[in-house]
Design a protein around this ligand. Sequence first.
Ligand SMILES: CC(C)(COP(=O)(O)OP(=O)(O)OC[C@H]1O[C@@H](n2cnc3c(N)ncnc32)[C@H](O)[C@@H]1OP(=O)(O)O)[C@@H](O)C(=O)NCCC(=O)NCCS
Length: 159
Amino acid sequence: MNCNIRPLISEDEPFLWEMLYEALHVSEWQSAPPREVVRLPEFARYVQGWGRKGDCGFLASDAATGRPVGAVWLRFLVGGNKGYGYVDDDTPELSIAVLPEYRGQGVGTQLLIHLFASACGQSSISLSVWADNSALRLYERFRFEVVSESDGSLTMKRS
Ligand SMILES: CC(C)(COP(=O)(O)OP(=O)(O)OC[C@H]1O[C@@H](n2cnc3c(N)ncnc32)[C@H](O)[C@@H]1OP(=O)(O)O)[C@@H](O)C(=O)NCCC(=O)NCCS
């Protein structure tokens, strides 16, 4: 798909809430959770107050319509606020999502290419993914490696 990619700015926070909802992987056999689920503190911390020190990411929009369709973002969740994909205090955690109707058309791949070529410039990045999420193959293609596993959830790291 033809998309434009630009760095995320603090004004993109409303779209990131939408992307956070999409990133909460819903198994096909489960009904979708309510939209408000993203406001639970354990999830909200990935987006709340976007634009603070260390935040970095990219937004993809449909080149034909200008509609935002996906985002990838990094945030440090450390100290007493460790994220699901925590590995150490120097490693930000990656979140990514694409609107359902735009998936499987290369948008996620383009977002990750931009991220890794960008000034986000992190020497390591981690993430958390369910072992049955097909996004796992995408992460492996970008050289993320599994560093731990717990109850079907994998923590992956790219150095
Ligand atoms: C994961 C995701 C961001 C990838 O973006 P995308 O634009 O669909 O990805 P691309 O088209 O560039 O690459 C295709 C790869 O994405 C993954 N993918 C494709 N459709 C997917 C879907 N519906 N759900 C999860 N992953 C998917 C697969 O790894 C696929 O590779 P494969 O064809 O070898 O299986 C996107 O599919 C998505 O938002 N999924 C739901 C949210 C999610 O799972 N986020 C990650 C949480 S850890």
